[in-house]
Ligand binder design. Structure first.
Ligand code: NAP
Length: 599
């Protein structure tokens, strides 16, 4: 006879395969929205949290449930809002109005949140009158309500992710997914074990305010750290629900339940602290460089061995609550230690990996509670995070092992400046001279990079491109898959500046075109243009696919100095006789260039 566990495992595996097929079809253009979309869907940990917060499992469980509801609703509301904000920016040339668009603040999503809140308030009112939910839904229908609402939401989540395979349908898809979340939440509110809605309401309100503010207000530049913060909240929710389950049963659990529960709290715990560290590094609250010390790997491995040993003992041995809590504590410490030796610029890969860990923690919660929707979404989230981290590693020509343990990104500025002096002459150019050059060209390829994001120069870039196009110049944007600090980071920033996505070209599309380009205008990009990646076998970048700007007829680079980028590798491009450096902050330089062109 097929057991529930077997069914769960089949579902997990099939959802993983389905996720793989859907996610590999998402174009690089939409990789950043994909990250926040899976993050929002992973907020499905809300359904487990609602039950813990509303059931009569004891005061400690209620507090844990309340925190978990707050964290998960922050994720859900914030995740869907920011995804919608991003997707609403992606437009084709013919869809442009010519005016600066106001970003619509996800009216559909706000409506869904209000709908959810109304149902909770109504049920609360009903419960305080001592009537429960029986008069709305017959008790025998409770289980059916849950089952069918979960089936419907699973289908809507999959459709939502499928929508991301084209910018045309992406937004509609995400609305469907948000509706799926509403279905799952409303279905869970009728869970027979929920006896009070008080803490659910408070948690939901706090989470919606925090998540809503983050989703609506956070600048596009800060999307990577918001995503990391959101992962940490989702993982904490999973961890707390696991602790509550352990507590509720005094640790007396079958092997089949204890195994996923242990996995849930360990992965949830380490993802929580790891993601917090990643967010702090990206926000520059902590030093961005890798922090390394002697015996680091030995300490980490010992800690991991202690966690695994504890888990095995708890699964096969008798219940020892003290060991369980030590294991959870060690998992928190492990997440922290795992991320400190990784440089800030590698954080996107770490975030994507932690995204997949968060998905696994969610799926484990699904196995503990035997909740199929959590198994499905956990599996989808896990697959998406894992695939994105592999894609980033491939685009950087580095292994995941190197990213996690290579302490890459220790920039030796002094050394590189000395190396620069030894390499030869660098030609600099003024904005006025660039404007004279631009007067006589027919085609320009703009290459944006991390410096454009730092300088917030995307609007300046878009204005300049428009002016050039008005003058009859053919302008194309060349987007490297790992330019910036998130996959698809440049696409989102340029969409924010009203650049139609049909003017954005992937590396494969644009590289053959470079020899025809009169000017390659590099705005704050560095590593992704370094010819050493093609020509110099000794370079750490060797093998990384790059934008071949060195094949353009002439090259103009906008950056502040000759300092290297994230990799710490000096860029040979700057010594190319065809290359001219327009030194200064990219936004200032573009303003000056724009003024010179106008005059
Ligand atoms: P980059 O190599 O990090 O270079 C960015 C350049 O921007 C710097 O050299 C800096 O030079 C310049 N800059 C900074 N602030 C500026 C400002 N205000 N105005 C003008 N220029 C400014 O960036 P990239 O070419 O975009 O390459 C991305 C790097 O990140 C790659 O090495 C990639 O492997 C790595 N990475 C990306 C991802 C991802 O998903 N996108 C993930 C992991 C790692 P100055 O200081 O001289 O101005």
């Amino acid at each position: 006879m097929t057991t529930e566990l077997e069914v769960g495992l089949y579902i997990f595996m099939l959802a993983g395969f389905l996720g793989y097929h859907i996610i590999t079809r998402v174009p690089p253009l939409l990789h950043t929205p994909l990250m926040s979309a899976t993050n929002a869907i992973a907020g499905i940990s809300l359904v487990g949290s609602l039950v813990v917060a509303g059931a009569d499992y004891g005061p400690v469980s209620t507090v844990l449930g309340f925190i978990a509801v707050t964290c998960s609703s922050t994720n859900v509301v914030g995740g869907f809002l920011i995804t919608d904000r991003m997707l609403s920016m992606f437009k084709k040339s013919e869809e442009q109005t010519g005016q600066q668009r106001r970003v619509p603040f996800g009216r559909v999503l706000v409506t869904l949140v209000i709908l959810g809140a109304s149902v909770i308030t109504f049920l609360y009112w009903s419960a305080t009158r001592g009537e429960g939910t029986e008069w709305i839904v017959h008790p025998t229908l409770h289980a059916e309500t849950l089952k069918y609402s979960y089936i419907l939401s699973a289908a809507l989540f999959i459709l939502g992710l499928k929508g991301l395979s084209s910018p045309k349908y992406a937004r509609k898809g995400m609305h469907a997914a948000a509706f799926g979340m509403l279905m799952a939440v409303v279905g869970t509110l009728f869970h027979p074990e929920i006896v009070t809605y008080k803490w659910i309401i408070v948690g939901f309100i706090i989470g919606s305010i925090v998540g809503g503010t983050m989703g609506l207000r956070i600048p596009m530049m800060a999307v990577p750290q918001r995503t990391a913060l959101s992962h940490s909240l989702g993982a904490l929710a999973a961890c707390l629900v696991g602790i509550s389950e352990y507590l509720r049963h005094d640790g007396v659990l079958s092997t089949v339940v204890m195994t996923p529960l242990g996995f849930e709290v360990v992965v949830g715990g380490l993802t929580f602290t790891g993601s917090l560290m990643a967010a702090a590094k990206l926000q520059e609250l902590l030093p961005g460089h890798p922090i390394t010390y002697k015996g680091q790997n030995v300490l980490n491995l010992t800690l991991l061995a202690a966690i695994v040993g504890n888990l095995i003992y708890l699964v096969i041995g008798p219940a020892v609550p003290m060991l369980f809590y030590i294991m959870v504590g060690l998992a928190f410490v492990f997440g922290f230690l795992l991320v400190i030796p990784i440089g800030a610029a590698d954080m996107p890969v770490v975030i994507a990996l932690l995204n997949s860990y968060g998905g696994l923690a969610d799926a484990s919660m699904g196995f503990v509670l035997m909740n199929k929707i959590q198994i499905i979404t956990g599996s989808l989230d896990g697959t998406s995070g894992f695939l994105l981290s592999l894609l980033m590693c491939k685009a950087m020509n580095r292994s995941a092992f190197n990213v996690l343990f290579g302490a890459f990104g220790k920039v030796d500025t002094e050394g590189s400046e000395q190396a620069a002096e030894a390499k030869g002459t660098v030609r600099s150019i003024s904005p006025e001279e660039v404007s004279v050059l631009l007067d006589s060209v027919r085609s320009v390829v703009i290459v944006p990079g991390y410096g454009m994001a730092v300088a917030q120069a995307q609007h300046g870039v878009a204005e300049l491109a428009k002016l050039l196009m008005k003058q009859g110049i053919n302008v194309k944007y060349a987007i490297h898959p790992v330019a910036g600090r998130m996959p698809g980071h440049m696409n989102v920033l340029l969409a924010e500046a009203n650049v139609p996505y049909d003017q954005l070209y992937t590396m494969e599309q644009i590289n053959p075109y470079f020899p025809e380009a009169d000017i390659a205008l590099v705005v704050g990009a560095n590593d992704v243009t370094n010819p050493a990646a093609k020509n110099n076998k000794n370079s750490p970048l060797y093998g990384m696919p790059i934008l071949e700007v060195d094949r353009a007829k002439s090259i103009i680079v906008l950056k502040r100095s000759l300092r290297p980028g994230f990799s710490g590798v000096d860029n040979d491009l700057y010594y190319d006789p065809k290359c001219m450096m327009l030194f200064g902050d990219a936004k200032d330089s573009l303003n000056k260039l724009f003024a010179a062109l106008k005059s």
